[in-house]
Design a protein around this ligand. Structure first.
Ligand code: MG
Length: 255
C-alpha cells in the first residue's frame, strides 16, 4: 500500500477497523483527516470486491483494461463520498459501470458526458472504426444506445446522468463542485486540453483527477493525455498517486 504522507506517522497514532462487507479502514484519531484520504486513495489491488457481474462489464465495448477498471472503482468509492463524479467520454459505458457502481454504493451521482459521435479514430475508414456502432439512418456513429443499454444492465438508472453534448458545452454553465473527474474523451491535443481546462477547476480539495491513456513512449500511443497529465502536475495543484497501467491518478491538494 502506498501511503505518501502516512509513512511519516507512527503506527500507534491511528487505529483502523475493517468490516467484511465493506473492507474499509476507519481512522479513529480525528487529527488525521489527510491520512483518511491517503488510505482510501491508494491502489489496493483488488481489495474491494465489485458488486456486479464481471462478465457484464467485459461484454461492454471499450478500451479499458480490467485492472484500470478496478482502480476506477476503488478511487470512485472514495471520491463519491466527497462529491459527485463526472466522466468525459462515456462511449459504450464500460468505465461508466465501474465508476457508477461505486457511486451507487454511496448514494452519489455520476455525470457521464459524451457527444456519442465517436472520436476521430473511430470514424469510418479509421483504425478504431466499429461498424456495429454506425447508424445507417443518420450515416454517423452513435454510441448512445449502447451506453443506455449498459446503464440498464448494470441497474444504474438512478445513479448515472448521461449528458449528450461536447464537454465544453456542458462545462459552460457548470457550478457543481466535483469529487472525481475522469478524462477519457477525444485524444487530440485540443480535446484533451479543453477537457482539462473545463473540468479540473471544479474538483474539490481532496478530489481526484483521473486521465486515461497515459503513454510516456510515443510509439505506444498518442501524447495528448500524457501532456495534460504533466500540465496538471506542473500546476502544483495535484499530488501524483500510483498509476494503474495507462490510468493516471492525481489528487487535488488541500491548499
Ligand atoms: Mg481511453
Amino acid at each position: 500500500m502506498f501511503l505518501p504522507e502516512a509513512q511519516s506517522l507512527k503506527p500507534a497514532a491511528c487505529v483502523t477497523r475493517r468490516s467484511r462487507k465493506h473492507p474499509v479502514a476507519t481512522v479513529t484519531n480525528t487529527d488525521f483527516g489527510q491520512l483518511w484520504f491517503d488510505i482510501f486513495s491508494t491502489n489496493r489491488g483488488g481489495w474491494n470486491t465489485m458488486p456486479f457481474d464481471a462478465q457484464l462489464v467485459e461484454s461492454v465495448k471499450g478500451f479499458l483494461d480490467p485492472e484500470e477498471g478496478q482502480r476506477l472503482y476503488d478511487v470512485a468509492l472514495v471520491a463519491s463520498k466527497i462529491g459527485p463524479c463526472l466522466e468525459i467520454g462515456s462511449y459504450c459505458g464500460k468505465s461508466t459501470i465501474y465508476i457508477g457502481t461505486a457511486c451507487k454504493e454511496n448514494g452519489a451521482v455520476l455525470f457521464s458526458i459524451d457527444h456519442h459521435r465517436g472520436s476521430e479514430e473511430q470514424q469510418p475508414g479509421q483504425e478504431y472504426f466499429d461498424p456495429e456502432l454506425f447508424d445507417e439512418g443518420t450515416g454517423r456513429i452513435n454510441t448512445l444506445p449502447f451506453l443506455l443499454r449498459s446503464i440498464e444492465k448494470a441497474e444504474l438508472q438512478d445513479t448515472v446522468v448521461p449528458i449528450v453534448c461536447k464537454s465544453a458545452l456542458a462545462a459552460r454553465q457548470w457550478a457543481t463542485p466535483l469529487g472525481l473527474v475522469f478524462i477519457d474523451g477525444g485524444h487530440s491535443y485540443e480535446d484533451a486540453f479543453t477537457d482539462y481546462n473545463a473540468w479540473a477547476p471544479h474538483l474539490v480539495p481532496g478530489g481526484y483527477l483521473l486521465i486515461h491513456d497515459i503513454f510516456e513512449d510515443p510509439k505506444k500511443g498518442g501524447q495528448a493525455p500524457f501532456q495534460v497529465y504533466k500540465l496538471a502536475l506542473a500546476s502544483g495543484l495535484f499530488q501524483e498517486q500510483p498509476r494503474t497501467k495507462t490510468l493516471g491518478v492525481l489528487r487535488r491538494r488541500f491548499f
